[in-house]
Design a protein around this ligand. Sequence first.
Ligand code: RIB
Length: 316
Amino acid sequence: MGDDVGGTCGRERKGRGMIAVVGSANMDVVTEVVRMPHPGETVAGRALRHYPGGKGANQAVAAARVGGSVSFYGKVGRDAYGERLLDAMRADGVDVAGVEIAPDAATGTASIWVEDTGENAIACVPGANGAVDRAYVDRVLARIAGARVLLLQLEIPLETIGYLLDRLPRERPLVVLDPAPARDISRLRLSRIDVLTPNETELHSLTGISDTARAARSLLADGVRTVVCKAGERGAFCFGVATYHVPPFHVQVVDTTAAGDAFNGALAVALADRPLEQAIRFANAAGALATTKPGAQPSLPWRAEVEGLLALEKRA
Ligand code: RIB
């Protein structure tokens, strides 16, 4: 099919086992509601829960649960939330030795409403995530540069992402960037992004173009090598050397939080041993499974569950 992402970048990555994630860690404070309140309105909540989250930490855990050897890089505050987030990642086998404590900031938090349909709304206070800066990148760059895949999102300063992309050596990891939450990435060195994984809303907001295919092609024209658009219950669309649709998995949705993170973590792992189209299929299965349970990290599936869903679809 000619869509092998490693092949598109023309670099040999065999023998590099590790996935590096540079990103955010948040404590998610989740209120379950029947429906979202309108501005000025009060609605009754069913329950208030705390879950380990943050797009970076979620993607690290997602990759580890489907079999990746993962190191997470970022910052937390010197507080109880920070300790809980690090413990949660350690429990899933994620190496957090490179994480630093930000002396003057609290651990990042996300206030989340989840309604009965499974839809959510999120407001993040970055806290220590905002202190992931150039100096930190300089301290951990050598370790990151040796990874097979580098997973990035946009919950740490954009300036830091830009610096990291610029500083990667010629022999660099495969870079997968999840542009979430959507921000203006036009000043990043887009030719260093091997796979960009926006959802449809992010794709349109990144480009100002409402047609998915046209929006993706404009990013390709700007230098991104492959765009994989996550389309939720419609699956995913890939634009790059080849253009195709990867069908969805149909599941009972409980909470969509971290479905995109499950997708990205699984994609990073699957890219090691299968062509891109099959890796997207594996990632679609992981993303779908993450919507069937509440919370961010508690909802992320293990490899056996993902393979179980893939096998089920094959038999159907
Ligand atoms: O992608 C889901 C995550 O977004 C949540 O865990 C929350 O922390 C926000 O960062």
